[in-house]
Design a protein around this ligand. Structure first.
Ligand SMILES: [Mg+2]
Ligand SMILES: [Zn+2]
Length: 182
């Protein structure tokens, strides 16, 4: 099962406590774009599942989200990779939707989009709710220390049952290396 599901903010790009609201504010983390391209080249499908409650809160318009995602896609394509599925939750917690992580709705959307099961796929996040959403859909959770990851790790070090990596690039190094040696 060659599918990796990524959270966006804090995993692919710099997170902000004030929300990432425009393409200008969307800044990739070191090595993340290249890591996604390496996954594509190794035959993995790359999917992204992101909570974007800034939409529901009216902090930025849908056009800004499109511009952020166009920027991301262009960078990944230039690096020789591909984003196979990209889904987001526009709701706020008050909406009580079934797609805002930790609910698994976005993972199910990815399954529908790609026409495959996400069971045993990797899910990479910097928040507990990313990992919980993945676990609810049968994915294997991975935490990265970028974004909110380090803070999260310090708070939940005992209860967390997931491998931890410095960043997405280090996880992809490990994943592809393990494959070669298998
Ligand atoms: Mg995040
Ligand atoms: Zn939602």
């Amino acid at each position: 099962m060659k599918l990796v599901i990524l959270d966006r903010d804090g995993v692919i790009n710099q997170d902000s406590d004030n929300y990432v609201k425009s393409a200008a504010e969307w800044i990739p983390l070191p090595g993340s774009i290249e890591a996604m391209a390496r996954l594509s080249r190794a035959g993995y499908q790359v999917a992204i599942a992101t909570n974007q409650s800034g939409l529901g809160r009216g902090l930025f318009p849908a056009t800004a989200l499109t511009e952020m995602h166009n920027k991301m896609k262009t960078l990944v394509t230039k690096a020789g990779g591909r984003i196979d599925a990209l889904v987001w939750c526009p709701h706020t917690p008050d909406d009580q939707c079934d797609c805002r992580k930790p609910a698994p709705g976005l993972i199910y959307q990815i399954e529908q989009h790609l026409g495959l099961s996400a069971k045993n796929a990797w899910i990479v996040g910097d928040s507990l709710r990313d990992l919980e959403a993945g676990i609810a859909a049968g994915c294997k959770p991975v935490l990265v220390k970028t974004g909110k990851g380090l803070r999260m790790l310090e708070k939940n070090s005992e209860s967390l049952n997931a491998p931890v990596f410095d960043d997405l690039a280090q996880f992809v190094d490990q994943l592809l290396q393990t494959e070669i040696s298998e």
